[in-house]
Design a protein around this ligand. Structure first.
Ligand code: ADP
Length: 282
C-alpha cells in the first residue's frame, strides 16, 4: 500500500544508468502514476516512515553502530536542493542529521586537497549526513569555469570513485541525487526570487550569468553521471520542475537506503526485568 502510485520503484525509475540529460523531461514523474494531490498525500505518509527509520539509525549509532547514510545533493541554482533539506530532511529528528553546505572554498580550504573539507564533514555512525553541493562541485563549476586546468580535474572522477568506495567500505550508504529543472522553470523561479521580498535572500546576481553556461553545465553533469555512477554509489536523476515530485522521490530513495540497513532497535544493555523491579521499589 505504501508504494501506491509507484509503478516502478523510485530507485529503479530514477537510475542514472545510460541517461542522457539532454533527453530528460524535467517536468516528468518517472515511475509515479499519481498527480500532485496523490503525490503530496503519499509524501505525508512516507515522511513518517522515513522519520521512524532515521530514529532507528540514530538509536543504533548511539549504541556504537558505525553505519550511516549520506545524501549528496547536486543541482543547478533553483533546482530545489534547499527545499529537499527543508521539507524532507526537516521531517526527521534534527539530532540525527549532519548537514553541510559547500560553497566557494574558503582561503583555508583552498590550501588543502579538494576532498579535505569533504572528509571533515563526513557523518558519524548513526547520522543522516546531508551534503548540499559536495565534492562534485570540483568536477562541475570547476570544470565549467576552468578554475583549474583539465589535467587537474580530469583525474578527479577516478579519485572520487576510489574515495566513495572507501566510504562505502567503512559503512556509509551513499544516496546521490542530481536534480534538474528546465531553463524556463529556472527563469520562473529566479523571477519569483526577484518579485518576493521574502525570497530576495535566495537571489544571487551571478545566478543569471550562470544561465549562459547551461550547455557547459549539461556537459559537465553528463560526464559526472557517466563517470561516477557506480554499483556501490549510483547516481539518481530527479526531474525537478515539480517540487512535490522531487521531494517524494528523494524521500523514497532515503527510505530505500535505510531499509537496506535492516535496522532493528538496539537491545537493552541492562537486565530489563531487574531494572523494572528496581524502579517499582524506588
Ligand atoms: P546556493 O547557491 O547553493 O544557495 P551559495 O550561494 O553558497 O549556495 O553558492 C554556492 C556556490 O559555491 C555555487 O555557485 C557553487 O558553484 C560554488 N562552489 C561550491 N563548491 C565550489 C568549489 N569547489 N569551487 C568553486 N566554487 C564552488
Amino acid at each position: 500500500m505504501a508504494k501506491k502510485h509507484w509503478s516502478v520503484p523510485a530507485t529503479e525509475a530514477l537510475k542514472a544508468d545510460g541517461l542522457k540529460i539532454a533527453d530528460l523531461d524535467t517536468s516528468g514523474t518517472p515511475g509515479f502514476d499519481g498527480d500532485k494531490a496523490a503525490g503530496q498525500e503519499l509524501l505525508a505518509e512516507r515522511t513518517v516512515v522515513l522519520s521512524g527509520l532515521q530514529e532507528k539509525l540514530y538509536a543504533n549509532g548511539r549504541s556504537g553502530d558505525l553505519r550511516n547514510v549520506l545524501l549528496v545533493l547536486q543541482g543547478m541554482d533553483t533546482a530545489g536542493k534547499g527545499g529537499i533539506v527543508r521539507h524532507v530532511i526537516g521531517s526527521v529528528d534534527p539530532q540525527g542529521v549532519d548537514h553541510h553546505a559547500f560553497g566557494v572554498p574558503t582561503e583555508e580550504e583552498q590550501r588543502h586537497h579538494y576532498l579535505w573539507r569533504i572528509r571533515n564533514a563526513l557523518p558519524r555512525g548513526g547520522q543522516l549526513g546531508v551534503f548540499d553541493r559536495s565534492h562534485y562541485e570540483d568536477v562541475l563549476v570547476v570544470r565549467v569555469h576552468n578554475l583549474v586546468p583539465q589535467k587537474e580535474w580530469e583525474p578527479r572522477y577516478d579519485e572520487i570513485n576510489t574515495f566513495e568506495r572507501e566510504l562505502v567500505d567503512e559503512g556509509t550508504t551513499l544516496v546521490k541525487v542530481a536534480m534538474f529543472v528546465s531553463l524556463d522553470e529556472q527563469k520562473k523561479r529566479l523571477m519569483e526570487r526577484l518579485e518576493r521580498p521574502d525570497k530576495y535572500w535566495k537571489f544571487n546576481p551571478s545566478d543569471i550569468d550562470e544561465r549562459g553556461f547551461w550547455p557547459a553545465y549539461q556537459e559537465a553533469y553528463q560526464a559526472m553521471l557517466d563517470r561516477t555512477s557506480t554499483d556501490y554509489a549510483p547516481w539518481h536523476v530527479i526531474p525537478a520542475d515539480r517540487k512535490w515530485f522531487s521531494r517524494l522521490a528523494v524521500t523514497e530513495l532515503l527510505i530505500d537506503a535505510l531499509t537496506g540497513l535492516d535496522l532493528d532497535w538496539p537491545p537493552a544493555n541492562f537486565d530489563v526485568a531487574e531494572q523494572q523491579r528496581r524502579l517499582a521499589q524506588a
